[in-house]
Every structure is written in structure tokens, then in C-alpha cells.
Design a protein around this ligand. Structure first.
Ligand code: M21
Length: 139
């Protein structure tokens, strides 16, 4: 999950401007996994929508493209093991929030639900691991 997060986060710089996300709000994507991260800013949902589109992970109706998401996750170390579970968790979260018509708000709610499901299932990455890997990759 650490690798998927860092890979997904590669698109943050490209998407920050389009989504009007301030750098203070989320300077790096792995902050998403911090316990105190707040899901109260629509711009974060817009950024996740933009990042997902960048990797071609959304359908025309801005829902998860299952096959592309599966392939994306499988392109990372341990992805073969995680993919099915992650796709299922995201899909369950999408079903819970399907009535929200605004794509940015809906995707933010799906992301919040997905984070909480990952924690419940013990597949959320630890911040210590993410930070350590991020520092190593930046050097
Ligand atoms: C992939 C690693 C971390 C991801 C965090 C955000 C995941 C949000 C998934 C939303 C996918 C788009 C759903 C559209 O309904």
C-alpha cells in the first residue's frame, strides 16, 4: 500500500493547480494517511479526481474503472496481493456515497470511507514507513 500511495501521489504536483489545492493543505499525498487528516476540503476530492484521471482510473461517469484500477495496483510491489481487496473496498465505498452528485465531494467521501476500511482491514500503510520511503526516494 505504501508503494501504491507513493505512485498515486506522483500526480499530485500536476493536479494541485487544476484542483485549487493549497500546498499547506496537502504538501504530499501520504499525509492522506495521517490520523489527523481532515476530509473537509472539496479541493482534496478534486485533486484525487484529477490524480485518478491522470492514471486513467475513472470511467466517463467519474466512478472507478475496475480493470484499470486493478492493473494500476498490480503494477506496484505487493499489488497482486492487494488489488482485489482494494478494488472491492473502493467499490463498496462508492455504493455508500453514490447519491452525492458533485464529483469532487463524492470522491472525497469515497476516499475517506476507503481510508477507514483500510484501517479496519489492517492494510493502511503506517506514516513512519511512508515518510522513510519518501525521504529515501527524494534523495
Ligand atoms: C491508492 C492509494 C491511496 C489512495 C488514496 C485515495 C484513494 C481514493 C480512491 C478513489 C478512487 C476513485 C473513486 C471514484 O468513485
Amino acid at each position: 500500500m505504501k508503494d501504491v500511495t507513493l505512485g498515486f501521489g506522483e500526480a499530485l504536483k500536476l493536479c494541485r493547480e487544476e484542483s485549487q489545492l493549497t500546498e499547506e493543505k496537502m504538501e504530499e499525498f501520504f499525509h492522506f494517511w495521517r490520523d489527523d487528516f481532515k476530509f473537509d476540503d472539496r479541493a482534496v476530492g478534486c485533486a484525487i479526481k484529477c490524480m485518478s484521471s491522470h492514471f486513467d482510473l475513472l470511467t466517463d461517469s467519474h466512478r472507478m474503472h475496475h480493470r484499470n484500477m486493478d492493473n494500476f495496483i498490480k503494477s506496484f510491489p505487493n499489488g497482486e496481493v492487494l488489488s482485489q481487496q482494494m478494488v472491492t473496498l473502493i467499490h463498496e465505498c462508492e455504493q455508500q456515497h453514490d447519491s452525492e452528485e458533485d464529483h469532487c465531494w463524492r470522491i472525497l467521501r469515497v476516499a475517506e470511507c476507503f481510508k477507514s476500511s483500510c484501517k479496519k482491514h489492517g492494510i493502511a500503510p503506517t506514516m513512519e514507513l511512508l515518510m522513510a520511503e519518501f525521504v529515501m526516494e527524494s534523495e
